[in-house]
Design a protein around this ligand. Structure first.
Ligand code: ZN
Length: 121
């Protein structure tokens, strides 16, 4: 019997970044929205992160820089155990294969668009 939607949401809110990226890697790649249209389009459904930084010169002031968007890169299973928690999504870089800006909780990751290994900051 599958877990309730509330249980799934509660788990996703609390699980580690490693678990979240592994779940998203498995769940999103095979969603109907990511099914290719033969001879026309290929799609990749992935988790993304938007961030903007307060660049105000003094504490208590706010001057928000523009938003930056990145695809969440998956943990590279050749380098880490599947349950490796890593850090929050604070590793950043760009895929040499497809040019996608990516972030991850691990330094050795896989691009969610083309699958290429991406070594992050
Ligand atoms: Zn890529």
């Amino acid at each position: 019997m599958p877990a309730s939607k509330a249980d799934v949401v509660a788990f996703l809110k609390e699980c580690s970044g490693g678990e979240l990226s592994d779940i998203m890697r498995q769940a999103l790649a095979n969603r109907p929205e990511a099914a290719p249209e033969p001879d026309a389009f290929e799609y990749r459904l992935f988790l993304g992160l938007a961030v903007h930084e307060n660049i105000a010169p003094a504490a208590g002031q706010f001057d928000w820089a523009p938003w930056r968007l990145a695809a969440v890169a998956y943990l590279n299973p050749d380098s880490y155990r599947q349950d490796f928690s890593g850090e929050p999504f604070c590793q950043w870089g760009q895929c040499d294969g497809c040019g996608t800006k990516v972030c991850s909780h691990v330094k050795d990751s896989l691009c969610p668009v083309c699958g290429r290994q991406v070594l992050l900051t």
